[in-house]
Design a protein around this ligand. Structure first.
Ligand SMILES: *Cc1c(COP(=O)(O)O)cnc(C)c1O
Length: 359
């Protein structure tokens, strides 16, 4: 059966080669007569998988030894809570930049356990852009600065990360491994796996080891980075299946030339859609050009009826996942690493045809 053109926002398309490899090994992982889901997380077979996953992330992102790479449950959302618990000491505050839905969720969670300074907010502007560094009202003694590198719902991204005195903490859930990033400029990068890395229910956390030392005594063990560092992400039973799929996904990326190759292809894929959006007034891009995401391309049409007709027509033509998030409406094409160029070209072609018929 043919694969469909999948523009889902998350969980999202995974590389066909990865799914086929998993199918091949599903009943018998490397000759052991069991699947990866049926073996102990303490077995040598699983240890090789978690080591391989960590090594894959380290090679792809050039992560040095003074950073830990953790695989944790609870998705990116648990990190919204864990980060302030670990990094914001009593009596101190942290800077958050409010660029959209996901930044807002991070702020809401951080406020529950202590003070937050919103250093900039795009809310009044309907989150149409990323701020300039000079616009940020950072505290002189903030424990860290939190940003969301790519707003999955709003379709905007930080093209360049801001220069900050305080450690920079980045939610990279929807653009990790989509472009080259100098990890040594960041203190923490974290991501839910279900956009660019694998199945849901898993978060990757890359954090400078010294930051795990400042956790207050009253934080439960499970919520401490130091616990998971000490036990190599095996403090309790992890999501073994998701870690396995992430390892295969890293191998797939490396075989295709790593992050630099992903970035070149992602730039091309995004440009293909933005070219159509910029070609006539039939399409409206609600975000500033310099802030455009290369992972989540959002647009509007003249009326909601026309948008509904676009989404239904695309579905009939074999393209799914194009409905914008329920909080903002419109149309969104999520074009993560695993979405083939051919799918993006098919969508661009459908768009041109839709405009000819309805423009
Ligand atoms: C999807 C997403 C999240 C939430 O991830 P969960 O794994 O569902 O917790 C957080 N931040 C961003 C930027 C996302 O795209």
């Amino acid at each position: 059966m043919a694969r469909i053109h999948n523009f889902n926002a998350g969980p999202a398309a995974m590389p066909l080669e990865v799914i086929e490899k998993a199918r091949e090994e599903l009943t018998d992982l490397g000759g052991i007569g069991m699947s990866v889901m049926e073996i102990s997380h303490r077995s040598k077979e699983f240890q090789a998988i978690v080591d391989g996953a960590e090594a894959g992330i380290r090679r792809l992102m050039k992560v040095p030894e003074d950073y830990a790479v953790l695989f944790l449950q609870g998705g990116a959302s648990l990190q919204f809570a864990m980060l302030p618990l670990n990094l914001r000491r009593p009596g101190k505050s942290a800077d958050y930049v409010d660029t959209g839905s996901w930044a807002t969720r991070a702020i809401k969670e951080a406020r529950i356990t202590g003070p937050v300074n919103v250093a900039w907010s795009g809310k009044a502007d309907r989150y149409a852009r990323i701020p300039k560094s000079a616009e940020l009202q950072l505290l002189p003694d903030a424990e860290y600065v939190h940003i969301c590198s790519n707003e999955t719902i709003g379709g905007i991204r930080w093209t360049r990360f801001p220069e900050t005195e305080a450690p920079l903490v980045v939610d990279m859930s929807s653009d990790i491994l989509s472009r080259e990033v100098d990890i040594t400029r960041l203190a923490v990068a974290y991501a839910g796996a279900q956009k660019n890395l694998g199945p849901s229910g898993l978060a990757v956390v890359i954090l400078r080891r010294d930051l795990a030392e400042r956790v207050p005594e009253n934080i439960p063990l499970f919520f401490r980075y130091s616990t998971h560092i000490a036990d190599g992400s095996l403090y309790n039973t992890p999501n073994t299946w998701a870690i396995y799929m992430l390892k295969l996904t890293c191998e797939w990326m490396e075989a295709r030339g790593g992050v630099a190759a992903m970035e070149r292809e992602n730039d091309r894929k995004a440009a293909t859609l933005y070219r159509v959006l910029d070609s006539s007034d039939f399409w409206r891009s609600p975000v500033e050009v310099e802030s455009r995401s290369i992972m989540n391309v959002v647009w509007r049409l003249g009326t909601e009826e026309l948008e509904a007709s676009f989404i239904a027509g695309a579905k009939a033509a074999g393209m799914v996942g194009l409905k914008g998030h329920r909080s903002v409406g419109g149309i969104r094409a999520s074009i993560y690493n695993a979405v083939p160029t051919a799918s993006v070209e098919a969508l661009a072609e459908f768009m041109r045809e839709f405009e000819r018929k309805n423009g």
